[in-house]
Design a protein around this ligand. Structure first.
Ligand code: SAM
Ligand code: SF4
Length: 328
């Protein structure tokens, strides 16, 4: 089993299957993003082998992310291969997507054993959506979400909270999620990677959002903990379960159960630190899984206690690596 120096069992692996993306969300990456050369990306077979090593050591939940996971060629074969572990050590295989290709892939994902997915959607306003994503088409994403539901997938919507016009869009998003039966989680923007603008201007603390919502709705804290960083409230009038992920305003690292495998095979034990262990070299050097196990064990033994994110004018990102490379 994998237990870190702070007695936290590691049971959750997130894998960035590609750092590439068809969107360029303003808080995630710059317009002229430079991606890793393709030979540097782990192959699907390497991802599968690494994932199997984690599952042998007690990882029970696997999330494919990116970049845009559904933009990676062969990702469905990878999902099918990984789904063979379901019920044999793995409890859940899931995915976080921007939804742009979900209409095409939803049925195949469901057939491969995926039951729930997270879709990132920051606003229901088509113009603001296009501005935030720089290239996204809201109607495609909404079609994708509808296809996911039709295929029997449960959908959770993730929205990054942004100061500015988007603030007014939070309530419509809440009402829509409630009407459609999706859970909604709001996320504070994190200082990961240069994005070509100062994040300070767009950073919206969720303490502010919560205080404003409390003026209009009865917010009831829920005891639900899904093993992740979100804290949940019931918005009584809407019957909506609303999650808050607050890396900036309320630290949640005490209960951390996760590590991340980057698109290029770095095992990153904490999102808020530059440190990582190069699993790609081990994967490519030998087919002996003992070396892989040893590298994974050493990385977990070096997992930091937590992050110390700060956003402020003139402050550099806490970590140079973008969320798309690490796997958000
Ligand atoms: N492309 C997929 C998507 O957007 O869902 C998966 C990868 S994306 C990096 C995963 C999540 O990270 C998205 O919900 C996105 O909004 C979030 N994200 C990206 N950059 C972020 C940042 N700097 N701070 C907080 N969340 C961020
Ligand atoms: Fe792409 Fe997701 Fe980053 Fe947006 S948040 S640019 S969709 S990886």
């Amino acid at each position: 089993m994998l237990v870190d120096p702070f007695a936290r069992p590691i049971t959750y692996l997130r894998v960035s299957v590609t750092d590439r993306c068809d969107f360029r969300c303003t808080y995630c990456m710059p317009e002229q993003m430079r991606f890793a050369p393709r030979p540097e990306l782990l192959t699907p077979a390497e991802i599968e082998r690494a994932a199997a090593a984690f599952i042998r050591r007690g990882v029970r939940k696997l999330r494919l992310t990116g970049g845009e996971p559904l933009a990676r060629r062969g990702v469905l074969d990878l999902v099918r291969a990984l789904s063979r572990h379901l019920g044999r050590g793995l409890d859940e295989l899931t995915l976080t997507t921007n939804g742009s290709r979900l209409a095409v892939h939803a049925a195949a994902l469901a057939a491969a054993g995926v039951r729930r997915i997270n879709v990132s959607l920051d606003t229901l306003d088509p113009a603001r959506f296009a501005a935030i994503t720089r290239r996204g088409d809201l109607s495609q994403v909404l079609d994708g979400i509808a296809a996911a539901r039709a295929a029997g997938l449960r959908v959770k919507i993730n929205a990054v909270a942004l100061r500015g016009a988007e603030e007014d869009g939070i309530e419509p998003l809440m009402r829509w999620c409630a009407a459609e039966g999706h859970d909604l989680t709001l996320i504070e923007t994190m200082p990961l990677g240069e994005v070509g603008e100062d994040r300070t201007d767009r950073y919206l603390p969720l303490s502010t959002v919560k205080a404003r919502l409390a003026e209009r709705f009865a917010l009831e804290p829920l005891p639900d903990r899904t093993g992740g960083p979100a804290r949940y409230m019931l918005v009584r009038e809407l019957g909506l379960r609303l999650g808050f992920i607050t890396p900036l305003t309320v630290n949640f690292c005490d209960g951390c159960n996760r590590v991340r495998l980057t698109a290029t095979g770095q095992l990153v034990p904490c999102l808020g630190h530059e440190t990582g262990t190069d699993l790609r070299t081990v994967l490519r050097a030998t087919s002996d899984d003992r070396a892989l196990d040893a590298a994974i064990g050493a990385a977990i033994a070096a997992k930091p206690k937590g992050h110390e994110f700060r956003i402020g004018r003139g402050l550099a990102p806490a970590v140079a690596r973008h969320m798309s490379a690490t796997g958000g």
